[in-house]
Design a protein around this ligand. Structure first.
Ligand SMILES: CC(C)(COP(=O)(O)OP(=O)(O)OC[C@H]1O[C@@H](n2cnc3c(N)ncnc32)[C@H](O)[C@@H]1OP(=O)(O)O)[C@@H](O)C(=O)NCCC(=O)NCCS
Length: 179
């Protein structure tokens, strides 16, 4: 069992905030070929992930980033899209949330994986100030793997942020030298 220890709030297990959503795809959700719009799927992903983060934080949350999304197969009018979200890791005020989506054809009785994504949510109070989130209790297996992966994603984001900061500083210096 593992949990982050930066917060004094009572820790909550992953299972307590896992969230699920089902959407029936209608013509208004699709392009002229009758395929679900990517943006609409991203909206569903954002919503189900926000539900998990909201349940874990027991506070309002905002989407800070949607990190990675793979659209693996098209979704058609009349299909059901099933989305499941889990908090992978809680940091200080932010949470890494993973979403997996499947398409189900009720007539054919088939279900297959169509998309996966990782998002970060930040908990805020009524005045928009960031607030600490409860630690997450991770109970081994898949939960531990997701917890570790969330740490790598955060590390990568921090490295990228630093790289951009250095680039900006270098451009500023080059610009000043040219004047
Ligand atoms: C997300 C937001 C609250 C971050 O505020 P900020 O003052 O820039 O915060 P900081 O840089 O100090 O980081 C605060 C936390 O957010 C995380 N964070 C900030 N930007 C992030 C990003 N792009 N991706 C992932 N995490 C991010 C930080 O890692 C930090 O986490 P921690 O407290 O758990 O260590 C702020 O940028 C915001 O309000 N954005 C708009 C959110 C919104 O409206 N979303 C809907 C989109 S339409």
């Amino acid at each position: 069992m593992k949990e982050n220890t930066t917060s004094s709030l009572p820790a909550r297990p992953v299972t307590e905030s896992q969230s699920e959503m089902t959407e029936l795809i209608l013509p208004n959700d699709t392009n002229p070929l009758g395929h679900l719009l990517g943006g609409r799927l991203m909206q569903y992903i954002d919503l189900v992930a926000a539900m998990a983060a909201y349940r874990h934080a027991r506070a309002n949350v905002v989407t800070a980033s949607m990190e990675h999304i793979d659209f693996i197969a098209p979704v058609h009018v009349g299909d059901l899209v099933i989305l499941k979200a889990s908090v992978n890791r809680a940091f200080k005020t932010s949470m890494d949330v993973g979403v997996k989506a499947w398409v189900e054809n009720a007539i054919a009785g088939s279900r297959h994986h169509i998309a996966s994504a990782y998002l970060t949510f930040v908990a805020i109070d009524a005045n928009g100030r960031r607030v600490p989130v409860p630690p997450l209790i991770v109970e081994g297996g898949e939960e531990s793997r997701r917890y570790e992966d969330a740490g790598f994603r955060r590390q990568r984001r921090e490295q990228e942020k630093e790289r951009k900061r250095q680039n900006r500083a270098a451009y500023r210096t080059a610009g000043e030298a040219a004047i």
